[in-house]
Design a protein around this ligand. Sequence first.
Ligand SMILES: *Cc1c(COP(=O)(O)O)cnc(C)c1O
Length: 221
Amino acid sequence: MTGIAERLAALRAEIEGEVRACGRAAGSVRILGVSKRQPASAIVEAVGAGLDAIGENYVQEALEKFVGLPPVEKHFIGHFQTNKAKALVQAFDVVQSVDRPEAATALGNAAARAGRELRVLIQLNISPSERFGCPPAEAEALAEVIRALPALRLDGVMAIGPITEDRGEIEAAFALAAKTFARVGGSTLSIGMSGDWREAVRAGSTMVRIGTALFGERRYD
Ligand SMILES: *Cc1c(COP(=O)(O)O)cnc(C)c1O
């Protein structure tokens, strides 16, 4: 008994409480269960408890765990090199981490060759502690590149908040993400993780990416 189902239920209730407290529509924030460095059995348990979308950061790890999983929407949320584009198109429903034109073009070409449409988000860099992501000032130019690729469908933005205890700094970073989301367009603002989802929901997040608060500590071995 790992308690994943209980944690998912509690998290849903807490998130809905925050959604209501800030006057937003019930059910307007979706939970993405971030299962990197967690066993496939944990994903199976969460899906059994009603989780309908998972996020993974590493292509090889994900491919190994996806074998035999029950149906669940799969999001890629990690940094990737262009040579991973084909594997991403084959294994994932959504790629949230498109942060530069070359990455968009590689995915767009791979999706076209596979004869499918791939949903993507632009990953923004809104934090000095983050190495990757598109500078917000360049997001509209990247959005144009993506929209010119017929096999990609741009659905919004993703960002990782700053690693800090300063709640004001987190709020400012999420406000910047929300403002950039409004310019880029789409239906998904993917901000908020285990430690900062409340600030994210208040800033307008439509998808929180929750790892440790749902699955527990990650295993590194
Ligand atoms: C690991 C990770 C998460 C989940 O982080 P937690 O703090 O464990 O909730 C969310 N988003 C991205 C991009 C991640 O890499």
